[in-house]
Ligand binder design. Structure first.
Ligand SMILES: N[C@@H](CCC(=O)N[C@@H](CS)C(=O)NCC(=O)O)C(=O)O
Length: 213
């Protein structure tokens, strides 16, 4: 039986990566439709009918089209609870959401294509802009990991969570703009360990059929 879910995504999009990864972790089959951001397909009128914000990811379910990767993660967690990507106790859940949103809401929006192109005209200017905001997000994340005493193998103890699904794609983007992750040893360790996990590898942009070398 074909999957009832279609994921509209772009191979290198960090927000798409975390949803691919969550779908794989939870063994939820889906069909991928590639929206080429560099060809501006996200702003095609047909796609804007599915997601008026002109961004990926967008998940099509039998009841409609849904965007915002955090909303999709929350829905997946409710609909497919195992394996859990949020811890059990409310304080740890708040901590995980805090970490996730530090990157997803506080950092990623400043580095996306439309924000960057609007803010800066030259490639050098765009790189400097990205580095500035990514450093700020990673500095906050590292400080939270150290001050809250809840991290372990991964951002929250030894289980992968929403936080790691945001951290790994953010680190990948940081490396692409020349940020040295050695400046953030705790999160870098978590990044390296999470990167080795099977579902993360399978969801990795480099493994995507549309990846460009
Ligand atoms: N808050 C949204 C952000 C979505 C977003 O910005 N996606 C990027 C790719 S990671 C995008 O589609 N950018 C297209 C553009 O900026 O034109 C989410 O978490 O899903």
């Amino acid at each position: 039986m074909p999957s009832p879910y279609i994921l509209y995504e772009y191979w290198r999009s960090s927000c798409s990566w975390r949803i691919r990864w969550a779908l794989l972790l939870k063994s939820v089959p889906y069909t991928s439709v590639h929206i080429h951001l560099l060809k501006n397909e996200q702003n095609h009128p047909d796609f804007l009918l599915k997601n008026p914000s002109g961004t990926v990811p967008t998940l099509q379910t039998p009841t409609g089209y849904f965007s915002e990767s955090f909303a999709i993660l929350e829905w997946l967690e409710e609909r497919y609870p195992s394996p859990a990507l949020l811890p059990v106790d409310p304080d740890s859940r708040m901590y995980v959401r805090q970490l996730a949103l530090t990157l997803l809401a506080g950092t990623q929006p400043l580095q996306n294509l439309s924000a960057m192109n609007y803010a800066r005209e030259t490639p050098e200017g765009r790189k400097e802009w990205m580095q500035h905001w990514i450093h700020r997000g990673l500095r906050t994340y590292e400080t939270l990991l150290l001050s809250q005493g809840r991290s372990g193998t991964f951002s929250c103890a030894s289980e992968l969570s929403f936080a790691d699904l945001c951290l790994v794609p953010q680190c990948y983007n940081a490396l692409r703009v020349g940020i040295d992750l050695d400046a953030y040893p705790t999160l870098n360790g978590i990044y390296q360990r999470a990167l080795l996990t099977d579902a993360c590898q399978r969801a990795h942009p480099d493994q995507h059929p549309h990846a460009v070398a």
